[in-house]
Design a protein. Structure first.
Length: 202
């Protein structure tokens, strides 16, 4: 049986967690303190649309967008919430894991510098079609559950972890999920339009 993997990517994970926990509807700015200077680490889409950029000072951001809500960036709390979500995902597959880079960053206490591309979960879905009927049906079930939880999600499904990871993050089609068929030719066609960053060469 060919292995199949489902990669979940949460492009707004840090913001989504704050919105869920605080119920705020206003633009959100997450900041880090560097000595006496506080700067924007992450911000919500509505803040970005108001010209708020990551890396600028919080005082400047508030001058641009006075109504924005400020919260400290809590990378460890975000990791714990991601771990909790991964455990919850066991209802869809018995084999669930976080990315190696994410776990290493937690162990090394370097979560604050972790690339947001690693805000995701991997599921080994080999053989689960017998339970979920099809990969498309499984993807839709997961998307619906996460939408109800107000978690912005992208899904990639392929025959390798790396391919599923790339499809979830770099396939910018209108659909929230991308499925590559099990044959090599279809996988190659699915990956061909993706940028070099999808190869994770660094």
């Amino acid at each position: 049986m060919k292995k199949r993997f489902l990669s979940l990517f949460f492009p707004d994970w840090h913001i989504d967690r704050i919105r869920r926990s605080t119920k705020t509807k206003e633009p959100v700015i997450l900041y880090l303190q560097n000595g006496s200077q506080a700067y924007v680490k992450h911000c919500s889409l509505d803040a970005k649309n108001a010209q708020i950029k990551e890396g600028i000072s919080v005082s400047l951001a508030k001058a641009f967008l006075p109504e924005a809500k400020l919260f400290p960036f809590q990378a460890t709390q975000d990791f714990k919430a991601l771990f909790k979500l991964a455990r919850w995902m066991i209802r869809f597959s018995p084999l669930v894991g976080l990315e190696e880079e994410t776990v290493s960053a937690y162990k090394n206490q370097s979560l604050e510098t972790l690339d947001p591309l690693h805000n995701g979960i991997i599921l080994d879905i080999t053989g689960t079609e017998r339970v979920h009927k099809s990969e498309t049906a499984l993807a839709c079930k997961i998307l619906l559950a996460l939408q109800k939880a107000q978690i912005n999600t992208r899904i990639g499904i392929a025959s390798s972890i790396g391919s599923a990871w790339a499809l979830a993050r770099f396939n910018h089609s209108a659909k929230a999920f991308s499925i590559a068929a099990k044959d090599y030719k279809d996988l190659r066609q699915a990956l061909l339009p993706l940028p070099l960053a999808a190869l994770r060469l660094s």
